[in-house]
Design a protein around this ligand. Structure first.
Ligand code: SF4
Ligand code: SF4
Ligand code: SF4
Ligand code: FES
Length: 664
């Protein structure tokens, strides 16, 4: 907790934390200091001169100042107002004055400051550049003529490790663009859209925003993306009942403040042609529309007792999971499994409380996050952002993990043996070997010694690993710090904590015919049609395999439901319904309530049950340095299978085709 100090802003005393950025400190007490090149969470660069203030009588740029006790700050003197007015005046001389039709009107920071300073047009001679527009992709439109050269996009892209944008040229004719001035789709751009979120003007905007409502007409909902493990915070903007855009949510100062192209554009799949809008049942070999009452009655008659099974994805909410469990228990269904049970169990997944954001050393073991293939993209961005902000990084990998390229120490080889050797090197460096840890026979190399020194000097090291390696890797946290197991679905931990880890036949066996009547929940990893005599599928979107089901139940997307999840760091996160479910789609909890009603049983979920179950943590204990071979590996292929319906029903399909990379 930072020390509180007293500073004066415009004559009023305020208590603020010591050593924080002056723009943020002023904002926290309700004083806005105008700025263009500043980005919360990043070091100020003092480039645009818009944030000029007087500190103890001297003109200073606020974005590069840290709060100190006794500071006397004036943000609104005539002198600073004139200086800012000059900056805006100069920028306007090079800016198209298109406010009537500009997409950014109303939220454009340049427009707002021009309004504040009452500048209608520039007093300087106007310049026109006529730079070409980059609009050959369906996600992002770049129009350099609107660019005010604040550099926010360049910095955010660089900090997260994608480094696609750069300044080219000098002075007023300079331009922000990609290497060799190529369009985005011919560059290394991942279309994450981080640059969109920070651009203060109309230079980088969503490609589909034209005439899709004004920002002030949007309703905003804070929620969580469930397309992958990242479970990123999102802000969903809706217009006339439809999703208009999705942005990164949460605190924009955090290294976690990121979403990938999937989270940003996957919402297209809500309105895709493949969307299932009504219950469907097979009649004379064909799927035909039916009512919810009829569909629920069929499920309640078929999915009960011996032979019946329920198989779910682990992207459902905790509330959904408890409703499903309630139905399973009350109807004596024989088999129950969530996809999470194929790649982890409680001991390989649930750990102690962890804070990746606050760590000063990251040890990444056996994980290969990669923004470009879209495998754990937000975890890749988080690691790269933290590394850029000077957090140390050790990568332990048996294959060529891309993230190793930015590591302080990269250890390549069998991960379990390397973890054992690292534990030995840490003990050799002077830390007490935890009781029960066997490091005998481990070989210590020079790089290992370097890694051990980093570990020894760290205050809050965090080990980030896979369920297969978790127990071996968590041994390091017995020295100090914490360890976290990264599964492959957004609510793998929540679903496990709610008690859906599996009873009776396993996932593969259920699909293979052990369940004679099967209900599958979600567009999950179904490599083939289940061999059950009766198969009901609750899905958001139709796929070739689901077309073969006996009954199809329309399921709501996570953007259409509320509830909670437990993310990979063990945090209970809240989802809020951003739009109403399309057609007759229902949340999983409502589907089970409906089916329960048909069966004459009450399926209700108590929020207190969710909260108490979600609280469980498991302290790691000394374990053998071994990789679990009884658990499936967390892989890109599984991601692709789970999210294929989203990619195929959205603009992401273009990306998959054009960039020829896997989109998961
Ligand atoms: S979309 Fe992402 S990767 Fe592409 S330029 Fe913008 S920030 Fe960089
Ligand atoms: S494109 Fe936008 S964010 Fe990037 S430098 Fe220009 S105005 Fe700033
Ligand atoms: S990284 Fe995963 S959770 Fe985050 S926005 Fe992308 S798909 Fe969603
Ligand atoms: S915001 Fe401080 S100089 Fe640009």
């Amino acid at each position: 907790m930072a020390n509180l100090i007293t500073i004066k802003i415009n004559g009023t005393e305020h208590k603020v934390p010591e050593g924080v950025n002056l723009i943020d400190a002023a904002e926290s007490v309700g004083v806005h200091i105008p700025n263009f090149c500043y980005l919360k969470g990043m070091k100020g660069i003092g480039a645009c001169r818009m944030c000029l203030v007087e500190v103890n009588g001297r003109s200073m740029t606020a974005c590069i100042m840290k709060t100190k006790d006794g500071m006397d700050v004036v943000t609104d003197s005539e002198k600073v107002k004139e200086a800012r007015k000059f900056v805006v005046d100069l920028i306007l001389s090079m800016h198209p004055l298109d406010c009537m039709t500009c997409t950014k009107a109303g939220v454009c920071e340049l427009q707002n400051y021009a309004y504040d300073f009452e500048i209608k047009d520039s007093s300087f001679t106007r310049k026109k550049f006529g730079f070409p527009i980059d609009d050959k992709n369906p996600f992002i439109k770049r129009d350099p003529d609107y660019c005010i050269l604040c550099g926010r996009c360049v910095r955010v892209c660089k900090e997260q490790g994608t480094s696609v944008l750069e300044f080219y040229g000098r002075g007023v004719g300079s331009k922000v663009t990609t290497a060799a001035d190529k369009p985005l789709h011919e560059s290394d751009c991942t279309f994450c859209g981080s640059c969109l979120d920070v651009c203060p003007v109309n230079a980088i905007v969503e490609a589909d925003r034209w005439r899709k409502g004004r920002e002030w007409q949007y309703e905003r909902t804070a929620s969580v993306c469930l397309y992958c493990t990242g479970a990123c915070d999102i802000t969903v903007s809706t217009y006339k009942g439809d999703v208009a855009k999705v942005c990164a949510g949460g605190d924009d100062a955090l290294a976690e403040h990121f979403i990938c192209a999937m989270g940003r554009y996957g919402f297209d799949s809500l309105n895709a042609e493949t969307r299932v809008l009504n219950p469907l049942k097979r009649v004379n070999g064909k799927l035909e529309e039916t009512t919810w009452a009829d569909a629920a009655k069929i499920v309640s008659e078929k999915i009960k007792g011996a032979g019946a099974g329920i198989l779910t994805v682990s992207t459902i909410t905790n509330e959904d999971a408890l409703a499903l469990k309630g139905y399973y228990e009350k109807t004596s269904v024989e088999h129950l499994a969530a996809s999470v049970s194929s790649y982890s169990d409680k001991v390989s997944l649930i750990g102690d409380a962890v804070d990746v954001e606050g760590a000063d050393l990251m040890v990444v073991a056996g994980l290969n996050p990669d923004q470009w293939t879209r495998f754990l993209p937000s975890i890749d961005a988080l690691i790269r952002t933290k590394a850029d902000r000077k957090t140390k990084l050790i990568v332990i990998s048996s294959d060529d993990a891309k993230i190793a390229g930015i590591a302080d120490v990269s250890l390549s080889g069998d991960e379990a043996s390397l973890l054992k050797s690292l534990a030995k090197a840490i003990a050799d460096a002077g830390l007490t070997l935890p009781a029960g840890l066997d490091v005998s026979g481990a070989a210590v190399t020079e790089d290992m010694t370097k890694a051990a020194e980093l570990f020894k000097n760290a205050q809050l090291p965090v080990v980030i690993t896979t369920p297969q390696l978790y127990q071996a890797a968590a041994n390091l946290s017995l020295f100090k710090g914490t360890a976290v197991s990264v599964p492959y679905e957004a609510n793998s931990k929540g679903v496990t904590l709610m008690g859906l880890s599996g009873k009776g036949a396993k996932c593969k066996d259920m699909i293979g015919g052990k369940a004679t009547a099967l209900l599958t929940v979600g567009n999950g990893p179904l490599p083939e049609k289940p061999k059950a005599g009766f198969w009901a599928a609750a899905v958001t979107n139709m796929t070739d395999i689901v077309k073969e089901a006996d009954l199809v139940l329309p399921m709501a997307s996570f953007l259409e439901t509320g509830g909670t999840i437990v993310d990979y760091q063990g945090r209970l996160k809240k989802l809020a319904k951003a739009v109403e479910p399309l057609g007759q789609a229902k949340s999983v909890a409502d589907i089970f309530a409906e089916v329960g009603k048909a069966a004459g049983i009450d399926i209700s979920v108590k929020a207190s049950d969710v909260e108490s179950l979600a609280k469980e943590t498991i302290k790691p204990k000394a374990s053998p340095f071994e990789k679990r071979t009884d658990l499936d590996a967390v892989s890109l292929e599984i991601y692709e299978m789970v999210n294929a319906h989203v990619v195929n029903g959205s603009r992401l399909f273009w990306l998959k085709e054009v960039k020829k990379v896997a989109v998961g």
